[in-house]
Design a protein around this ligand. Sequence first.
Ligand code: SF4
Length: 204
Amino acid sequence: MWKYDINSSLEIKQEGKKYIILWQHPLTGEFRKCEAEPYQLLALKIVSDDLDIKELSVEEGVHPQYFYKILLAAERDGLLIKKESLIKRGDTVFENAWFPSDIYKVADVFVLQWHITNRCNYSCLHCYNDLSVPELTLDQAFYILDSFYDFCNLMGVHGQISFTGGNPFLYPYFFDVYYKAFTLGFSLAILGNPVEEDELKKVG
Ligand code: SF4
């Protein structure tokens, strides 16, 4: 997941019961001053204390997406600055490649396209799915999610999971896995076959 630094120009002053923040926005260069909103103070605390969102959400009984939104809002305010991810195209492999800008050498998002099942409700002639491959247990699927979460945290990159198959809706634990992936803060997509509207509403 994305890692942040606190804007180095930021100052916080206490005036009575209020906290006043002053900073220069990193994109516009504009100087700003305002009374700190609770979400801004929380975002600054999360970053300054390097709190883990997964643990924080368990401690506070609050959905992790709440904290991710707070961090994004503070980044938009210019209070936080996203750290560059550690996933980069190496100069040795792309020595002679031309890039219009160095930003294209760094991945901001890492996508896991996850073939979670080979089960399918179609039988296309060209299909290469192998139904003899054993399916993951729920514990194994959760282990993969936790490992992917740790990987994204380590590399400072936002994770996206695209569930596919076969038809991912036919994986017996699909909704458990999808919900856990959502609570971990990943962006999610489903690359499957058409399903009934009621099924779609479960992931809506
Ligand atoms: S997995 Fe795709 S290609 Fe294979 S049978 Fe299902 S729909 Fe067809």
